[in-house]
Design a protein around this ligand. Sequence first.
Ligand code: S3P
Length: 170
Amino acid sequence: MSEKNIILIGFMGAGKSTVAVELVRYGHFCLLDLDAEIERMAGISIQEIFRQRGESAFRELESQSLQELVGQKRLVVATGGGILGLSQNRDLIKSIGRTVYLRATFPALQKRLSRSIHRPLVKEQPDWMALESLLLSRIPLYETADLIIDTDNKTPKEIATEILHKLAEG
Ligand code: S3P
């Protein structure tokens, strides 16, 4: 089994954290949830970071926590949906491990995000048009992943098994 890290990317609600847990269950990896790591570093929730310090402060912490992964092995990393926004993160992420894009259609994401209560970019009354255009603007970045997995109508377990099979194939 490869020692390379697996880095899950994709939009909010794509299931990165849930699939990461499944991957750890089936492969021999440790779990690292980057948003949780940022909260640990900052000592406050992501929501509070956005509220008190603004999005750019959050992005800085996000970059820092990514840099800390350099040299680590056998991790499954669940990233935040905006991780590829900064070009420095895009370069870094490729050197850290194999990237896997969990692709979901907007209606599927919308369904999951409408139950979301803790994401600063998804308001109580979500602006779906703005979220859809954010998704569209990020798709070309997500599509640079080493592996793309369609996730609609699949369970986290099915997605994790598919990832492990496809990564093992090459
Ligand atoms: C963000 C996604 C969130 C979190 C932050 C910003 C984004 O993570 O990092 O709220 O810009 O898409 P999830 O993708 O895990 O929701």
